[in-house]
Design a protein around this ligand. Structure first.
Ligand code: ZN
Length: 285
């Protein structure tokens, strides 16, 4: 069976302490939970960072600090930095700036959508610029797909020479404003991917676990974590990101999906293709 890449999305831009006391907010808290997720089997950690008030931030130094703390703890987990910027809270330039620190992976929200009560704008010019910056700094884009039209956007960026294989797609399902978290929707999205693609799925709230299980069965990859869902069971808060990763790792074991190590995940999603297996650094750093 194909190796399973588990991603842990620890914090997100919206999950608050009022919703759950277990969401990590400071760089130290995010790094500690990231390391715990890696120990539990995650190959990728997807992070957002927050300011002193717990609100979404795009400060590159905060992302770098989390990454440095994770490395100092001896973890080689892949760090995936968000460029989402909290869906409209910050400017396109602020969202793009951290990519210049050359993280191994960064999110690439491949189109615009309603997002809860707001609108998440990812204009064609923003995507073009962001893709150019990622290419320059050897960053692997995690192409986030909120509905099927965004796969078409990705195809056009591929045609324009702005995205290179292997493509790493993350389906984000069950968001208010996006595609529903259903088996049919997931099958349709997977079938619509261009050749040379690998995919993972995450889903919001109660849809997280069923969609993760679908991915296990379909040979895809799976993302869990408090960014997408704060519950472990009905009305039962998850007490950490690692608790959610541990369950997914157990399920993977039961269905015969061995877990990908971070290095195996680097091979699958194209980090090695972009930087070489030895981890060549970005030419501008
Ligand atoms: Zn995110």
């Amino acid at each position: 069976m194909e190796k399973l890449i588990i991603s842990a999305a620890t914090t997100g831009s919206k999950t608050s302490r009022a919703q759950t006391p277990y969401v990590p907010i400071t760089e130290e808290e995010i790094a500690a939970q990231a390391v715990d997720c890696w120990r539990a089997g995650a190959a990728i950690v997807h992070i957002h960072v927050r300011d002193e008030n717990g609100l979404v931030s795009c400060d590159a130094w905060r992302y770098q600090k989390v990454t440095d703390l994770v490395r100092a703890a001896g973890s080689d987990v892949i760090m995936n930095w968000s460029t989402g910027g909290g869906a409209g809270i910050v400017t396109d330039e602020q969202r793009t700036a951290p990519v210049r620190n050359a993280p191994e992976v960064a999110s690439f929200d491949c189109g615009s959508t309603n997002f809860g009560d707001g609108v998440f704008i990812n204009s064609p010019s923003f995507l073009t610029n962001l893709a150019r910056e990622m290419n320059e700094h050897l960053v692997t884009p995690e192409i986030e797909i909120f509905d099927s039209g965004m796969v078409e956007n990705a195809r056009q960026l591929i045609d324009d020479g702005l995205l290179q294989p292997p493509y790493w797609f993350q389906f984000v399902l069950g968001l208010r404003g996006g595609a529903p978290a259903t088996a049919r929707e997931l099958s349709h999205l997977v079938d619509s991917l261009p050749p040379g693609s690998n995919w993972s799925v995450c889903a919001i709230g109660k849809h997280q676990l069923p969609m993760n299980v679908m991915a296990l069965a379909m040979g895809g990859h799976a993302r869990t974590g408090l960014e997408d869902n704060i519950y472990y069971g009905y009305r039962q808060l998850a007490i950490s990101n690692a608790q959610l990763v541990e369950r997914l790792a157990r399920l993977a074991s039961e269905v015969g999906r061995p877990l990908a190590t971070p290095d195996e995940a680097r091979e699958i999603i194209g980090v090695h293709a972009r930087r070489g297996a030895a981890g060549a650094t970005c030419p501008t750093h």
